[in-house]
Design a protein around this ligand. Structure first.
Ligand code: ATR
Length: 281
């Protein structure tokens, strides 16, 4: 097959920071696929035109990142169930002449925990999610799907937490930051989806000291890999999972759709991205 038959992309604005080309490039090489995955900077004003030209440009599909995920949701012809529930699209593909939009962030979040904290969802139960933005929405969706029946969203702007909880319905509640200490006392899982702890935005989004000893703490931030929250949780002896795996696992379904092979998240792939993060410190 000619290379032009197997073309995919990641589009965003800006796009230079995206690690997705390294991930997909690695999988293309390791599977010996003669395809391409290119970063494309698309300004918001050009996004809809970009989408309408995909088929003519020979793309199988691609990824969508900040700030286009909601616009992609509104612009595709068909959506998968996760995108429908999350209200954002991060993966596009052409199928039977239609442009489809899916969301693999919830899948990536759950697959990362399956991989690094097996059994994390076996008992469902109580989870505390910090933040009420787009990432939080994907994670609450994943937690509901995996059987958590008491999901507590905590946010600096409490109205956003309550609104998000309301959209998910029973088993999901919204809370102010002041309630965090109390909310953690019987939680099995704590997830940070806020930008707090990210390089340049240092800080602790919550104090993990009141969590039960059996709790798992995870952060979707992966720059740095060990966020202040994960460091504090580790110091307390809790199980922790960093956010890099979510990035790696969310890429799997897209690659399979465009290139026809289900790739694996391996230590080798993780090491490639860790090396890139180290280079750009
Ligand atoms: P994303 O799509 O990554 O979730 P977002 O929609 O901008 O991004 O949401 C960012 C989240 O991080 C929000 O919950 C935000 O809280 P507010 O709704 O109060 O803005 C949270 N956040 C960002 N900076 C924060 C900070 N310094 N302290 C606490 N929460 C913060």
């Amino acid at each position: 097959m000619a290379e032009t038959d197997l073309k995919a992309f990641v589009c965003g604005h800006p796009i230079a920071h995206s690690r997705s080309p390294i991930i997909h490039g690695h999988w293309l090489r390791s599977h010996g696929i003669d395809g391409s995955y290119a970063p494309i900077d698309v300004a918001p004003a050009d996004f809809v035109r970009f989408l309408s030209g995909l088929a003519a440009a020979g793309y199988r599909g691609g990824n969508v990142t900040i700030p286009h995920k909601e616009m992609a949701f509104a612009s595709v012809q068909r959506r998968d169930q996760a995108a429908e529930q999350i209200g954002a699209v991060n993966t596009l593909w052409l199928e039977d002449g239609a442009l489809w939009g899916g969301n693999t962030d919830a899948y990536g979040f759950a697959a990362n925990l399956d991989h690094l904290a097996p059994g994390w969802a076996d008992k469902g139960g109580t989870a505390v999610v910090l933040g009420a933005g787009g990432a939080s929405r994907a994670i609450v969706h994943a937690l509901k799907q995996r059987g958590f029946d008491d999901i507590r969203i905590v946010n600096r702007t409490v109205g956003r937490a309550i609104e998000l909880a309301h959209q998910f319905g029973s088993g999901v509640t919204g809370h102010a930051q002041a309630a965090t200490t109390e909310l953690l006392t019987d939680a099995g899982l704590l997830v940070n989806t806020t930008a707090l702890g990210m390089h340049g935005n240092e800080g602790l989004p919550a104090d993990p000291s009141t969590l039960p000893d059996s709790a798992i703490v995870t952060d979707i931030v992966y720059v740095p890999l060990e966020t202040p929250l994960l460091a504090a949780a580790k110091a307390r002896g809790l199980r922790t999972v960093d956010g890099l795996g979510m990035l790696l696992h969310q890429a799997v379904p897209g690659f399979e759709r465009w290139f026809g092979v289900r790739p694996e998240v391996t230590p080798e792939l993780r090491a490639l991205i860790v090396a890139d993060l180290d280079r750009k410190k």
